[in-house]
Design a protein around this ligand. Sequence first.
Ligand SMILES: Cc1cc2nc3c(=O)[nH]c(=O)nc-3n(C[C@H](O)[C@H](O)[C@H](O)COP(=O)(O)O)c2cc1C
Length: 207
Amino acid sequence: MNDEPTQLAFPAPGERLAPHHANAETLALLSRRRSTVALAMNEPGPSAEQVDQLIAIASRVPDHGKLAPWRFIVFQGEARTRFGQTLGQVFKAKNPDASDEQVAFEAGRFERAPLVIAVISSVTENHKIPEWEQVLSSGAACQNLLIAASAMGFGAQWLTEWYAFDADVNAELGLGPSERIAGYLYVGSAEDEPVERVRPAARVDHW
Ligand SMILES: Cc1cc2nc3c(=O)[nH]c(=O)nc-3n(C[C@H](O)[C@H](O)[C@H](O)COP(=O)(O)O)c2cc1C
């Protein structure tokens, strides 16, 4: 189930903000959140307004040097089918023995969910801010997006799969030489209730 769009008050630069947001629901979300597998996502997906909000929230992450080392590509509706054709073609070129079913499976990947947002790590090279920090910041953008999608009432999953690491797919998406896919964020109405998985104990030392 997804909620109606919430009015969010994004602050203007210089605006005074609360130093914290004590909120039990946020803690419940963070302590109980689970990914929804993309296959278990249905319509409806986020509205245009909610997509804008997801991207605005994804962009409000720690960012050393204020480089905004990320960008987003949104796939909805027919664009998912169109990009799927590209995925199918790239897959077939690299796997000439693949069956029609396998190619169709690849072509259908983005249609598993009503919304896919590619989060691109977009690094400023030879900058005093290390590349590592810029990449971490794009990962934080992915996680913010996952959490915001959940708070809006959607299931979400952070996937890479083979097409996050394929030079031809990257070229089709127009990625530059210092850009990589941080993740494909699948978002939709969750069909199933996820079951908690085993989580390894946190490895912690006290210095
Ligand atoms: C960068 C990144 C890439 C991922 N790529 C995949 C993937 O390609 N396929 C997959 O099944 N899970 C992938 N996952 C894991 C899922 O997003 C998810 O975290 C996992 O299923 C555990 O579920 P949870 O988020 O509910 O703990 C990826 C996670 C991260 C952080």
